[in-house]
Design a protein around this ligand. Structure first.
Ligand SMILES: [Zn+2]
Length: 155
């Protein structure tokens, strides 16, 4: 049984909301999946001390280099995360394709990933239209106090 996550993150990778705003955003997202026939296993939020990879799990199947347009070996990416974890003081890495030093958030991921110090997560949410609509993202942004984007992850 695999898990699906909707991960809502601020568009600014260093930005964090107040705890009150985080709680309000979680309550709002939980209500989005509260109609009859809809469901969600858990809605929660997480603050991170450092900039953290908000990955998309198995949804990411290809990464290309922002410098040389070459393929970045997925194995290299997974090894990097395994070795140094998902949190970063500095996103700059030396990519294997061309040896350039580029920030991880400049690489092109075939399925969006993000980098953030805060997220709201919804686990195994089900409804007719799975992901959040633009209007709903705008509501979350208003509650948090900063624009947000969504990462759809699958594990
Ligand atoms: Zn390259």
């Amino acid at each position: 049984m695999s898990d699906g996550y909707i991960r809502l993150i601020p568009t600014d990778l260093n930005w964090q909301p107040t705890p009150e705003a985080a709680t309000a955003a979680v309550a709002y997202v939980a209500r989005l999946f509260a109609d009859p026939g809809d469901s969600v296993e858990q809605v929660d939020h997480e603050f991170y001390d450092r900039v953290t990879l908000i990955d998309a799990g198995e949804n990411t199947t290809r990464i290309t280099c922002s410098r040389c347009d070459g393929d970045v070996d997925l194995e290299w990416f997974h090894d990097l995360i395994e070795e140094q974890g998902e949190s970063f003081d500095d996103l700059a890495v030396t990519v294997p394709c061309c040896g350039a030093v580029v920030p991880l958030d400049s690489l092109r991921y075939d399925w969006p990933v993000g980098f953030a110090r805060f997220e709201v997560t919804a686990l195994n949410a089900t409804r007719a239209r799975y992901e959040l609509a633009d209007r709903e993202l705008a509501d979350v942004a208003t509650l948090l106090g900063h624009p947000v984007t969504q990462i759809l992850a699958h594990y």
